[in-house]
Design a protein around this ligand. Structure first.
Ligand code: GLN
Ligand code: ZN
Length: 758
C-alpha cells in the first residue's frame, strides 16, 4: 500500500485488471503462430511473461498501489477459472490441463467442437461457457495463479490476485446433464477454499473476487447461495475485495454489504447514484473500492467532478477505508493513446486508454493540490471536448427536437404495403435472396490493403471493385436468385464502413480491444453529433442495379448495431446518438429509394446485445432502439420493401419489439437450430415475412438440396407460404466462391421444388 514517503493524504489506488493482448497485440500474433505450429510453446510462454511484466511495471511506475495478478490469460479468464477449480468440461478429458487441452477446449478442431462462447455481461468480450455436470472432479490446480503471483513478487510487486467468484462462475455456465448448478456449490466452495488457502500461504494479503452477477436479477436460490458461499470463505486469513461492475447493485445491495468481505467494489460510473446508499450500508470495517474511472469507455475522466465525489465519500467513511479504482477491468479499453498518430490531436486530447486511466486514478488520489497541473490540464481538455463545434450540430439537434410521431411510422400498415409490394416487385412465392456480402477473397483483401497503403490509385481500386461487383451479379443471375445484392466488396467492416462516411465518427489506428481469444476489434469512436455528409451506398447500389433487370437490394447497417459496436460519447444520452444515426440512415434510405432501389435491408444483429442487464430497464431500451430503426426506415413508400437481418438471436422474450420494427421481411440464423425459433414467431402471431436461414454459412460444408427442402418444409409447418423467404443464415464474406455457388444453387433448387408442391 502507500509508502510512508508519499503524501499521507494520498488515497489508495487499485486496478481490477489490465488489457492482456499486448500493446501491439503481441499475444495475438504469438498465439496464432503457435496454433499454426510455427512458434514453440517455450516461446509462447516467454512472450506471455514479458507482457505480464510490462503491465505490472507500467502500473507500478505510474504509482498505482494495488496491482492485479491472474488478470493475464492465454485465451479467456472463465476458462482459467475452470482450470483453477478443476471444473473443465469432462468431454475434453480429465487430469491436469495441458496447454494443448486448454486450446482444445477454446477452439474448434476437426475432432471436437470447442466450448460454447457467449457475451460477457453486456460487453463485446466473449467467454467460454462452463459446462456443469455432476461428474466434475473439482480438483483445484493453482499452478497459473501462484506462478503469476510469485512472478510479480520477484519483481518486487505484491499483487492482489483476481478470481471470478463462485456464484458468478456458476451462473455463467449451463448444465449439460440436467444437474442443478446450485447442487455443485458445496464442491465448488471446497475448491475455492483450497485456492484461497494456498494464496494466503503464498503471502497474498488481499484477493479480488469478482461477483458481477450482483448487478443482475438473481435467479431463485442465488441470494441464499451467496450467503452460504461467503460464510464458507470467511475464515481464511485473507481479505476479500468483493467486486461488482457493469451496473447498480439495486436489490442486491444489502446482500452485497452483508457478505462479510473486507471490501466491496462498486461501479460508480454506470451507477453513480448507488454510491451514497452503499456508503450508508457498508459495515464499519469494510473498505469501499470506488470504481470511478470508466473501464468501459475511452473518454477522459472528469477529475474535478470526481474529486467532489471522493471528498464526500471520504467525509463519511474516512480516507483509510477508501480505494480508487476503474469501474471494471481495463480489459475493455485499448492500451495507450500515445500509439495514435493519425487521430486529430484535438480529439486525441479527449481520450484516455488503459495507461491514461491508471494515471487518472493516481492523480485523483493525489488530489487537486498535489496534482494541480494534472487537474488543470484535465479541466481544460474536458471542457474543450464539451464545447467543441463537432459536439453539437444545430441542424441535427433541431431535427431531433422536432420529430413528429409520423417520422417513426410507415405510411400504411404491413397488410396494405404487402399488396403493393407483390404487385410492384413481381416476386415468386418463396423468393430467394442472400444476406449481403459475397466472398471477401484474398484478392479483395489484398487490393483493399494496397489502396489503403496508396500503392494503387482510387481509380484503379474503384475499377477493381466494379469488376468484382459485376462478376458477383452475373453469378447470382446464373444461380437464379430472385433478389440480388451487390456483394459488399467495397466494405472493410459493416460498422466501420458507415462510420467512415458519417460526421461525428473517428477511428484509431491501434485502439484494439479483445473480443475473444486472439480476436480483437477496433471500435469506431463516436465523438460528435452524427450526420450524413454525402450519400454512402447509393452509387454502389445504383451501379449494381444498372447491370441487371432483377431487383437489387440496398444494404445498410442499422443504427443500434452501429451504436453497439462503437465507443460512444458519454455526454448525451445513448438514445440521442442512436436517433442521430437513425436520421442519417433515413436520408440514405430516401436516396436509395429515389435511385430506384426498391428493396432495402437494414442489418441489426446487435439489437439484442444492447439489452440492459436488468429486466426492468428492457422496455425503455427496446422502445428507443426500435424507434431508431423505424426512424431510419419508415420514410419509404408502401411499395418499397424494408428488410432487416439479425444473425443468431434469442428472440422469444423480445418478439413484440421485433414485430414493432415493422420490417416487411426479417432474415435470421435458423439452419443449425432446425427452424426452432420460428415457433416463437408463430406463438406471437408475427405477421410479416420471414427468411429463416437454411444454409449454415459458418462452415465450408455445402448443404444438399434435400436438406434445405427439409428445412423449408419445417418452416412451412409454421409459416404461411406467402410469409416465407429462402436465404442463407448470414452474409457469405467468410466463404470461398466454389462452395458458395454450389450451396446457393442447391438453395434455389430447393425453393423451386417446394414452389412446385404448393
Ligand atoms: N449484410 C451483412 C453481410 O452480409 C450482414 C452481416 C451480419 O449480419 N453480421 O455481411
Ligand atoms: Zn448475420
Amino acid at each position: 500500500m502507500s509508502s510512508p514517503s508519499q503524501s499521507t493524504t494520498n488515497l489508495v489506488t487499485a486496478n481490477l485488471g489490465y488489457p492482456r493482448i499486448g500493446r501491439h497485440r503481441e499475444l495475438k500474433f504469438a498465439l496464432e503462430e503457435f496454433w499454426r505450429g510455427r512458434l514453440s510453446e517455450a516461446d509462447l510462454l516467454a512472450t506471455a511473461k514479458t507482457l505480464r511484466q510490462r503491465n505490472w511495471q507500467l502500473q507500478k511506475d505510474a504509482g498505482l498501489d494495488v496491482i492485479p495478478s491472474n488478470d493475464f490469460s492465454f485465451y479467456d479468464q472463465v476458462l482459467d477459472a475452470l482450470v483453477l477449480v478443476g471444473a473443465t468440461p469432462s468431454r475434453f478429458g480429465a487430469g491436469p490441463v495441458t496447454l494443448t487441452r486448454y486450446f482444445q477446449m477454446a477452439r474448434n478442431s476437426n475432432e471436437q467442437t470447442a466450448m460454447e462462447m457467449t457475451k460477457w455481461f453486456d460487453t463485446n468480450y466473449h467467454y467460454l461457457v462452463p459446462e456443469w455436470s455432476d461428474d466434475l472432479a473439482f480438483t483445484p490446480d493453482t499452478t497459473k495463479l501462484l506462478a503469476e503471483f510469485a512472478e510479480a513478487k520477484s519483481l518486487g510487486i505484491a499483487t492482489r490476485p483476481v478470481l471470478i467468484g463462485p456464484v458468478t462462475l456458476l451462473l455463467l455456465g449451463k448444465a449439460v446433464d440436467g444437474t442443478n448448478p446450485l447442487d455443485l456449490l458445496p464442491r465448488l466452495l471446497k475448491a475455492y477454499r483450497t485456492v484461497l488457502g494456498e494464496l494466503a500461504a503464498a503471502g497474498a494479503e488481499w484477493v479480488q473476487i469478482d461477483e458481477a452477477v450482483l448487478v443482475t436479477d438473481l435467479p431463485e436460490g442465488y441470494a441464499a447461495a451467496f450467503r452460504s458461499a461467503y460464510v464458507e470463505l470467511a475464515n481464511i486469513p485473507l481479505k476479500l475485495m468483493l467486486t461488482t461492475y457493469f451496473g447498480e447493485l439495486g436489490d442486491n445491495l444489502e446482500l452485497a454489504c452483508s457478505l462479510g468481505t473486507a471490501g466491496l467494489h462498486i461501479d460508480a460510473v454506470r451507477a453513480p447514484k448507488q454510491v451514497a446508499e452503499v456508503v450508508k450500508q457498508l459495515q464499519p470495517t469494510q473498505t469501499l473500492s470506488l470504481g470511478c474511472v470508466d473501464g468501459r469507455n475511452i473518454w477522459l475522466a472528469d477529475l474535478n467532478a470526481l474529486q467532489s465525489v471522493v471528498t464526500s465519500v471520504t467525509a463519511k467513511i474516512g480516507a483509510e477505508r477508501l480505494q480508487l479504482a476503474p469501474s471494471c477491468s481495463l480489459l475493455h479499453v485499448p492500451y495507450d493513446t500515445a500509439d495514435e498518430d493519425k487521430l486529430d490531436p484535438r480529439v486525441l486530447s479527449w481520450l484516455s486508454f488503459a495507461k491514461q486511466k491508471v494515471e487518472e486514478l493516481v492523480q485523483l488520489a493525489q488530489g487537486p493540490e498535489v496534482a494541480a497541473t494534472a487537474f488543470a490540464d484535465n479541466r481544460r481538455r474536458h471542457e474543450d471536448r464539451l464545447a467543441a463545434d463537432s459536439s453539437t450540430n444545430k441542424d441535427v439537434r433541431e431535427q431531433l427536437a422536432t420529430l413528429s410521431e409520423g417520422a417513426f411510422r410507415r405510411k400504411s400498415p404491413y397488410q396494405q404495403r404487402v399488396t403493393v409490394q407483390r404487385e410492384e416487385l413481381g416476386l415468386p412465392l418463396l423468393p430467394t435472396t442472400t444476406i449481403g456480402s459475397f466472398p471477401q477473397t484474398q484478392e479483395v483483401r489484398k487490393q483493399r490493403a494496397a489502396h489503403k497503403k496508396g500503392t494503387i490509385s482510387d481509380a484503379e481500386y474503384n475499377d477493381f471493385l466494379k469488376q468484382k461487383t459485376e462478376e458477383c451479379i452475373r453469378e447470382q443471375e446464373q444461380i437464379g436468385l430472385d433478389v440480388l445484392v451487390h456483394g459488399e466488396f467495397e466494405r472493410n467492416d459493416m460498422v466501420e464502413y458507415f462510420g467512415e462516411h458519417l460526421a461525428g465518427f473517428t477511428f484509431t489506428s491501434n485502439g484494439w480491444v479483445q473480443s475473444y481469444g486472439s480476436r480483437c476489434v477496433k471500435p469506431p469512436i463516436i465523438y460528435g453529433d452524427v450526420s450524413r455528409v454525402r450519400p454512402i451506398t447509393v452509387e454502389w447500389s445504383s451501379y449494381a442495379s444498372s447491370l441487371t433487370t432483377k431487383p437489387m437490394k440496398g444494404m445498410l447497417t442499422g443504427p443500434i448495431t452501429i451504436l453497439q459496436w462503437s465507443f460512444v460519447r458519454n455526454d448525451i444520452p445513448e438514445r440521442d446518438v442512436a436517433w442521430q444515426i437513425g436520421l442519417a440512415l433515413r436520408e440514405e434510405v430516401q436516396d436509395l429509394e429515389a435511385a430506384g432501389i426498391r428493396v432495402i435491408q437494414v442489418d441489426e444483429p446487435a439489437l439484442r446485445e444492447g439489452l440492459p442487464l436488468r429486466r426492468s430497464e428492457w422496455p425503455a431500451y427496446l422502445d428507443w432502439s426500435v424507434k431508431a430503426f423505424r426512424l431510419a426506415t419508415s420514410s419509404v413508400t408502401d411499395g418499397t420493401q424494408i428488410h432487416t437481418h439479425m444473425c443468431y438471436c434469442q428472440f422469444e422474450d423480445i418478439l413484440p419489439s421485433i414485430a414493432a420494427l415493422d420490417a416487411d421481411v426479417i432474415s435470421m440464423e435458423t439452419a443449425r437450430s432446425r427452424m426452432e425459433m420460428l415457433h416463437a414467431f408463430k406463438r406471437h402471431g408475427y405477421p410479416n415475412e420471414i427468411g429463416p436461414g437454411i444454409y449454415d454459412i459458418h462452415s465450408p460444408r455445402v448443404p444438399a438440396k434435400e436438406e434445405m427442402v427439409g428445412l423449408l418444409q419445417l418452416a412451412l409447418d409454421v409459416l404461411r407460404p406467402e410469409q416465407l423467404w429462402v436465404n442463407p443464415d448470414c452474409g457469405l464474406k467468410t466463404r470461398a466462391w466454389p462452395e458458395t455457388i454450389e450451396a446457393l444453387t442447391n438453395l434455389c433448387q430447393a425453393a423451386v421444388e417446394i414452389r412446385a408442391e404448393l
